[in-house]
Design a protein around this ligand. Structure first.
Ligand SMILES: [Ca+2]
Ligand SMILES: [Ca+2]
Ligand SMILES: [Ca+2]
Length: 386
């Protein structure tokens, strides 16, 4: 077989300059029109540190099936037990096969009961700080756990968008409704007072059985001031509990011993500004109801990861799971201790800044060095010949 011959002459100066320009503005990369950010929420059930579930968590985060992969950029986590648990979770995120390896976490704050934790890819956002929105308290009309807000800047966003993310784990069904309502009121009050232009969203395990729950109504209802109002990007209010009509949006419980998949407990809700068709925005048709006939809804980037709609009132379908395949589905079941929860994610998109992404600079440098090296080599050959 003939090996194709290499070009005899190195690129000319003009060609090298053109190549450098191409490297500076690569199509579909640094010159892309839109950037994207995948936001997720997941109640991981009492994560206390390294253990048997770690390999399953890694498979859930980076296992692939038919080209689909969870691979979030930001994770609002619930039920973390300590700073060392958070450290160990960062390690598993960074050491998973296929991980970009740039995961970091906000410092752990220890309130009553388990706590929320914030994980993010340092290559995608700049973490700016954590605020405690409200303190947990044992009172019958008080929220049981602390609520936190994480403020970030979206990297590569030409509008310089600020994003505030709330993580919530509301009182469970056995508690007075007032405990959930108190938490919702404090979140909404806080969101109402964010600096103008701040985009915000809430991720968490709200423990509500229907959109009529007073906490959910407090978050999403119209009020005198709608500045702090949250919206469901998949426009699916309803009486979710034990209702097969909502089998594609149920998130609890995928694991054994949790009563099966019959609740929409886990949510991502957003500010109106994330659905206004300008700048940083939900990727999908904001507010359009989620499909009631398929998990693979083309109108939405929002997914209850692993729920293909075939597990109503059962543990999550493993064999033949159409959304994530058997391997990831098995790992989702394994991570879901005491029934547990599925992660939920959605994508945001933004106007990408017209500057090279990190790494492109290196490519340009390599191009320029290659050009200089090529000329030196040519000169040396020329000298050798004379
Ligand atoms: Ca705690
Ligand atoms: Ca349930
Ligand atoms: Ca927007």
């Amino acid at each position: 077989m003939r090996v194709p011959s290499l070009p005899r002459r190195p690129f000319g100066l003009v060609a090298s300059a053109l190549l450098s320009l191409l490297l500076l503005f690569p199509v579909g990369n640094g010159w892309a029109q839109f950037g994207s950010l995948r936001i997720a929420t997941w109640n991981v059930t009492d994560y206390g540190g390294p253990g048997a579930r770690d390999a399953d968590f890694q498979n859930v985060f980076y296992g692939a099936f038919e080209g689909r992969q969870f691979a979030p950029d930001v994770l609002l986590g619930q039920e973390f037990l300590s700073q060392s648990a958070v450290n160990s979770f960062v390690t598993l995120l960074n050491t998973a096969a296929g991980s970009p390896g740039d995961w970091a976490a906000a410092p752990f704050l220890n309130g009553p009961d388990t706590d929320s934790a914030f994980f993010y890819r340092a290559g995608k956002i700049a973490y700016q700080g954590t605020s405690t929105v409200s303190l947990g308290s044992p009172g019958a009309s008080e929220l049981p756990r602390n609520t936190y807000r994480y403020d970030v800047q979206v990297l590569g966003d030409s509008d310089g968008s600020r994003l505030s993310l709330y993580s919530s784990h509301m009182a469970s069904q056995g508690n007075p409704v007032a405990r959930r309502l108190a938490e919702a009121q404090r979140i909404r009050d806080d969101a109402e007072n964010l600096p103008a232009g701040t985009h915000f969203l809430l991720g968490g395990d709200l423990n509500v059985t229907s959109s009529g729950d007073s906490a959910y109504a407090e978050l999403t209802g119209a009020q005198a001031s709608d500045a702090g109002r949250f919206f469901d990007p998949i426009g699916t209010p309803g009486s979710w509990n034990n209702n097969p009509a909502y089998r594609f949006v149920h998130t609890q419980a995928p694991g054994a011993g949790g009563g099966g998949m019959d609740d929409r407990f886990d949510f991502l809700l957003t500010s109106a500004s994330l659905g206004d068709g300008s700048g940083l925005d939900y990727a999908g048709f904001f507010g359009t109801p989620y499909s009631t006939t398929t998990w693979d809804d083309p109108n939405h980037s929002y997914r209850a990861w692993g729920n293909d709609g075939t597990s109503f009132n059962e543990t999550l379908t493993v064999t033949g799971n159409q959304m994530v395949g058997a391997s990831v589905a098995r790992s989702l079941v394994n991570t879901a201790t005491n029934g547990g929860h599925l992660p939920v994610f959605m994508d945001l998109r933004f106007n990408a800044a017209a500057v090279p992404e990190p790494g492109t600079g290196t490519l340009v440098l390599v191009g320029v060095l290659g050009m200089i090296g090529g000329r030196r080599l040519a000169r040396r050959r020329h000298l050798r010949r004379v």
